[in-house]
Ligand binder design. Structure first.
Ligand SMILES: [Zn+2]
Ligand SMILES: [Zn+2]
Length: 257
C-alpha cells in the first residue's frame, strides 16, 4: 500500500521562467498569476516524508513560498542548470535539521554537481557550506521514508533524464522520447506530469500535441503539463483547448494522489 501523497508544483516554467527577462509579449506581461512560472520542480510529501525534485534557480523562493520547514531528500532529474542551480540554498535545511541532506542522482548528474558545486565536495570545506550525501540511482526502485520511487529513464535529445513514479503519480520533465519499456512503468498511474514546451516542435522537449498523444497512448486519466515556455500562450486560453483530463499545471497547484 502506497503512502497518500501531497504534490505541490513549485515551478512550471521552462529554463527562462515566465515572465522571461526583457520580454513584452502578452504572456510575460499577463496579470493572471497562473502565467507566472518559476523553473520546474515539485514537492512530494507523505505524512512524514518530504522530497524535492530538482533545485532550480528559484529554489530559495519556492521553499519560502510553500513554507517548507524540513526536507528528507532531493531527487535530481538531470544536470541542466535550470534543474540544479539552487542547490546551495539547502544550507538552511542543514542548519535547522542539524544533518546533511540525501541527494539522489544518476552518475551523469553527480559528475555535473561535483563540477558546478566543487566547493561542496572539496576535501577541505569552508564552514557553513551545504552538506550532502550523494546516493547514486539508476533504474532500480528505491525508498525514501515511507515513499517508494521507481525511476523512469527518458530522453532529452541525447541526454538521459530520470522521471519518477511515486505510487500512482508519475513526474516527467525535460523529455522528447520515452522508450517502450519505460512507458510500461508509467501505465496504471492515476496522475501524470509531463513536459510540453509549446505548440511548435522542439528538438529536446515534447510539444503540446506530442504530450497529449503520450497521455492518451498510456491511458492515464489525469495529466498536468509543465516546463512551459511563454510561447505556449496564456494559461486560460490554452486550458480551454485541452482534451478532458489534461491540464496545464501552474505554480502553487496542489494535488493529492
Ligand atoms: Zn529544464
Ligand atoms: Zn533540460
Amino acid at each position: 500500500m502506497n503512502a497518500k501523497l501531497k504534490i505541490t508544483f513549485l515551478g512550471t516554467g521552462t529554463s527562462s521562467g515566465i515572465p522571461m527577462i526583457a520580454c513584452n509579449c502578452e504572456v510575460c506581461t499577463s496579470t493572471d498569476k497562473k502565467d507566472n512560472r518559476l523553473r520546474a520542480s515539485i514537492l512530494v510529501q507523505s505524512s512524514n516524508t518530504t522530497i524535492v525534485v530538482d533545485t532550480t534557480p528559484d529554489f530559495r523562493y519556492q521553499m519560502l513560498r510553500e513554507k517548507v520547514k524540513k526536507i528528507n531528500a532531493v531527487l535530481f532529474t538531470h544536470p541542466h542548470k535550470d534543474h540544479i542551480a539552487g542547490l546551495d540554498d539547502i544550507r538552511a535545511f542543514n542548519y535547522f535539521q542539524q544533518s546533511s541532506i540525501d541527494i539522489y542522482a544518476n552518475t551523469l548528474t553527480q559528475e555535473a554537481l561535483k563540477k558546478e558545486f566543487s566547493y561542496i565536495f572539496a576535501e577541505k570545506k569552508y564552514p557553513g557550506i551545504p552538506e550532502v550525501d550523494l546516493r547514486i540511482i539508476d533504474k532500480q526502485p528505491f525508498v525514501i521514508g515511507d515513499i517508494s520511487i521507481i525511476p523512469i529513464l527518458v530522453w532529452h535529445l541525447h541526454m538521459p533524464v530520470l522521471g519518477f513514479r511515486f505510487g500512482d503519480f508519475t513526474y516527467i520533465t525535460d523529455a522528447n522520447k520515452i522508450e517502450e519499456q519505460e512507458r510500461k512503468k508509467i501505465t496504471g498511474s492515476k496522475i501524470m506530469v509531463l513536459n510540453a514546451l509549446r505548440e511548435k516542435k522542439h528538438i529536446s522537449h515534447f510539444n503540446l500535441a506530442e504530450a497529449i498523444e503520450i497521455v492518451h497512448q498510456l491511458n492515464v486519466p489525469e495529466a498536468y503539463f509543465i516546463h512551459l515556455s511563454h510561447q505556449i500562450g496564456k494559461h486560460q486560453d490554452v486550458e480551454k483547448t485541452l482534451p478532458a483530463g489534461i491540464h496545464l499545471a501552474y505554480d502553487g497547484l496542489r494535488l493529492m494522489c
